[in-house]
Ligand binder design. Structure first.
Ligand code: ZN
Ligand code: ZN
Length: 863
């Protein structure tokens, strides 16, 4: 068989990518004979760019999916697309040069759909190029009716359970996105702001939000604060606006902050909401949904929040209310999509009740990998104060399946059999309880997490004809969405099915740039997987993913890892090519261990240890350990030693020895191609294509054969390896060709199989009993110039001459006695033994020999 000298991934990878029958990766819904392994794959947001962070996460998933399939599991590695959301709306507005309100609702939604379809195609291509074993028969697209009808049905089910309700409640609001957002979507960052000190009708208060004066509903002090106690229960007039508010006491007021007096507004922050509820304060709305000041703000009406702030500060100052300003570092909540500071507004919204105990219980039943990631969920779960706000004031999302009766305003929630439904384009087929048939559609839509939090339910067959297979086995995801995606999925799975969504959750880290910073366009350190594929290969990219770090920790992208990955494939290819040249017309059949040489057994013992290590690491998702073990074996054991040791047999005449070597090579190459398959699917397929029938990806994972792991055989093999390398070094130091024969090698040890020592040294080898009988004969005296020179100066040259001419044996005898005496120009001179070095020749049985000490065993070489 002809195998190209070089491995060219740019030919091999597209060849397999285009010819693979992807149905080999399909999950078999009807099969219950094999254990299931369902992966709750993240549905990425279709930006059109499957970035390096996605790619790393998906490499991990693919390693697991391929490994589990080979281990006999019925694996589902589905792929979803989480389509809805603001970024697509913004992009559509940008592309078409419109704002969402300039075109009809449905038309705008269609533009979003169109953009999404194109983006999915682009990302799908990257996935195919990276060689993922995706089960495309289980693809889902959240904007498609088949999927979002499930989102809507889950809404109805939870409504019926009483776990979903509508209420006027303060919510986080992004004035830029013009929508409510959930607490999980608020990100805190510290910003510098001004603390304004105001004369407040006899009290002095400090506030960072003077623009909310119109929304002031109370002034609060700590009831134990002696300075202000007497004001409790009194009323004060709000500066500029003139309405009266009560002075109330609350222990949460920090007397050491500002003046110790605070104003409570609806709503400056989360603490205002707490006080507002606790003290049953009235509601004053000074900011509207667009982030503009309302009627209540009087002359400031219509201003943006920053405009209003500036105007009010000027007025407070002009009218003598403002007496001091201080800089203050403040933690500000911001919209995670657009970084705009969020406002807290009270609006009628839909909420899902959060049962923290239920979530905690489920989280405890799930295996967290790495385990410390669970703390992030627990911390979030333990500090939740509000329910999950699920309504959004956007367009491109799953419609909330609700209408309101025009007569009695009662909400009519669509029945499951009417779904999918868009209430803005269809009226309910039934009349209201009051008899009225006229309805107002709910125009709000659902939070996209409402779609994505049912992925585990969806992939396990929920609301289909298939048998329900919850819990799934694995959820792989990033640590940045533990409090959203992981949290909501647990919540929904427990609420709807009363079961945990997954057995295990595997958290992966972020990819950092080569400079150690998070990749970002502004830092210019962004690497795309396509670049790596183009310059090297998909398999090299995957090898970087395997070896770059372990799941859970952030992983740095390094080109040098990709380079060493491609070098590994070049090395593996040369091993493979060499092996295959000896496996032409080889028919594989089991061979009895007795027919193997010790070196073969040594390799197989190491190979089985390797299989055990790699299997164990794969089970623990320690891909770096697994791949490092594979690389180490291939390089150090197979290439540098085994192949060198058995070359003579492979090229030789002894058929039995040749057969054993070919058998061993075949077994090793076959096992390596299988173990490389999860990591390097293209390369492994190319290897396997000349070894067996069908794709390597439907083969079984190699089993460990314990009986082949043999410590004694290993130490014999190690010894032979040492003999080979020592003799090789000996020849090279003696200026001999490596294949030059020696007259004889005598080994004073016990090795019953000399075949490969003979082969690799190309010399006769004999095992010897007992101890070698050596005589060390002095043959040369080397004067030590460094000592003689400085000590004897003018005489040095003559001394050196005398030493070199002296009888080496006599000088050696004198050295042992501690003093050397020589004649120099008739003068007798005494020298210390350090002044010379005696070169000796080893003589054994009257022949001059060289002796190597190999692992404590004398090996005598006769040239
Ligand atoms: Zn926003
Ligand atoms: Zn009605």
């Amino acid at each position: 068989m002809t195998i190209p000298k070089e491995y060219d991934p740019h030919i091999i990878e597209p060849k397999w990518r285009d010819s693979w029958d992807m149905s080999m990766y399909h999950f078999d819904w009807k099969d219950n004979s094999r254990p299931q392994f369902i992966i709750d794959t993240p549905p990425p947001y279709p930006t059109g760019n499957f970035h390096i962070g996605n790619s790393l996460n998906w490499c991990y998933i693919d390693f697991v999916a391929r490994y589990k399939r080979m281990c006999g599991f019925n694996v589902m590695f589905p792929q979803g697309w989480d389509c809805h959301g603001l970024p697509t709306e913004v992009k559509v507005e940008e592309i078409h040069g419109i704002t969402k309100n300039e075109v009809p609702r449905e038309e705008f939604r269609n533009m979003c759909r169109e953009l999404t379809v194109g983006n999915i195609e682009k990302m799908r291509q990257t996935m195919l190029d990276l060689g993922f074993s995706t089960d495309w028969s289980n693809e889902f697209v959240t904007m498609e009716p088949e999927y979002y009808s499930k989102t809507q049905r889950s809404f109805r089910k939870m409504y019926d359970m009483g776990r979903l309700y509508q209420s006027d409640h303060p919510v986080n609001w992004c004035p830029r996105c013009e929508t409510a957002i959930a607490f999980a979507e608020v990100e805190y960052d510290s910003r510098e702001t001004k603390l304004n000190f105001l004369n407040f009708d006899g009290l002095e208060i400090a506030t960072t939000r003077p623009e909310l004066l119109a929304a002031c509903v109370a002034v609060a002090i700590n009831p134990e604060d002696e300075r202000y106690k007497q004001h409790l229960g009194s009323t004060v007039k709000v500066p500029l606006f003139g309405h009266d508010v009560n002075v109330i006491g609350d222990r949460d007021v920090d007397p050491s902050f500002g003046t110790g007096v605070v104003m409570i507004c609806t709503f400056g922050d989360k603490q205002d909401v707490r006080w507002w509820i606790e003290h049953s304060l009235p509601l004053r709305k000074a900011i509207d949904k667009n982030g503009l000041m309302t009627e209540l703000a009087g002359k400031y009406k219509g201003m943006t929040i920053p405009e209003c702030k500036q105007a009010i500060i000027e007025d407070l100052s002009n009218e003598g209310y403002l007496y001091e300003q201080q800089s203050l570092e403040q933690n500000v909540g911001m919209c995670w999509r657009c970084d705009t500071p969020i406002e807290i507004l009270s609006e009628r919204q839909w909420f899902i009740k959060i049962d923290n105990d239920e979530i905690s219980k489920a989280a405890n039943e799930i295996e967290w990998l790495p385990d410390y990631m669970k703390v992030r969920l627990d911390n979030w779960n333990n500090t939740m104060e509000w329910d999950w706000c699920i309504s959004r004031q956007r367009l491109f999302a799953t419609p909330i399946p609700v209408w309101y009766c025009k007569e009695c305003s009662e909400a009519m929630v669509a029945k499951e059999e009417w779904m999918p439904i868009d209430p803005t384009s269809e009226q309910p087929p039934e009349a209201c309880k009051c008899g009225c048939k006229e309805f107002e559609a709910e125009e709000d839509v659902l939070d996209t997490w409402m779609d994505s939090s049912i992925t585990a339910l969806h992939v396990s067959g929920w609301l289909t004809d298939h048998e329900m297979r919850l819990p799934t086995q694995l959820r792989p995801q990033g640590h940045d969405i533990i409090r959203t995606w992981a949290f909501y999925t647990i919540l929904r799975s427990m609420a709807i099915q009363g079961k945990k969504p997954w057995d295990s959750i595997l958290i992966n880290g972020m990819v950092l740039g080569e400079d150690g910073h998070k990749m970002s366009k502004s830092l210019g350190n962004v690497i795309s997987p396509e670049e790596v594929i183009k310059d090297y290969s998909a398999d090299s990219f995957r090898q970087w993913a395997a070896i770059g770090g372990s799941p859970g920790s952030d992983v740095m992208f390094r080109w040098k890892d990709v380079v060493s990955a491609s070098r590994f494939f070049a090395k593996m290819w040369s091993i493979y090519r060499f092996s295959m040249s000896h496996l032409d017309e080889y028919e594989h059949s089991e061979l009895d261990v007795s027919e193997l040489k010790v070196v073969d057994k040594w390799l197989l013992s190491n190979l089985n240890r390797l299989i055990a290590t790699v299997t164990d690491s794969m089970d623990k998702f320690q891909f770096d350990e697994a791949f490092k073990a594979l690389r180490g074996f291939t390089w150090d054991v197979l290439a540098d030693n085994y192949i060198e040791l058995v070359k003579a047999r492979l090229y030789g005449e002894d058929e039995a020895g040749k057969k054993a070597a070919r058998y061993t090579l075949y077994v090793a190459i076959d096992a390596l191609s299988r173990m490389l398959a999860p990591f390097a699917p293209f390369f492994a397929e190319e290897m396997f294509s000349r070894l067996g029938e069908g794709s390597v990806h439907v083969q079984s994972w190699p089993d460990v054969c314990d009986s082949l792991i043999d410590a004694e055989v290993e130490s014999s093999g190690e010894f032979i390896k040492e003999v080979a390398s020592n003799v090789r070094r000996y020849k090279s130091e003696s200026g001999m060709a490596l294949n030059a024969p020696l007259e004889k090698i005598e080994i004073y040890g016990n090795l019953d199989d000399l075949t490969d020592v003979l082969g690799v040294t190309n010399s006769p080898v004999e095992m010897m009993d007992g101890e070698p009988d050596f005589e060390h004969v002095p043959v040369n005296v080397k004067p030590n110039m460094g000592i003689i020179g400085p000590k004897f100066r003018g005489q040095a040259k003559a001394i050196i001459n005398a030493l070199t001419e002296a009888n080496p044996k006599r000088i050696a005898d004198e050295v042992t006695k501690g003093k050397i005496t020589i004649d120099v120009d008739g003068e007798s001179i005494e020298l210390e033994p350090e002044c010379v070095e005696i070169e000796k020749e080893v003589v054994s049985a009257g022949r001059s020999v060289d002796v190597l000490d190999i692992s404590g065993i004398p090996v005598v070489i006769i040239r």
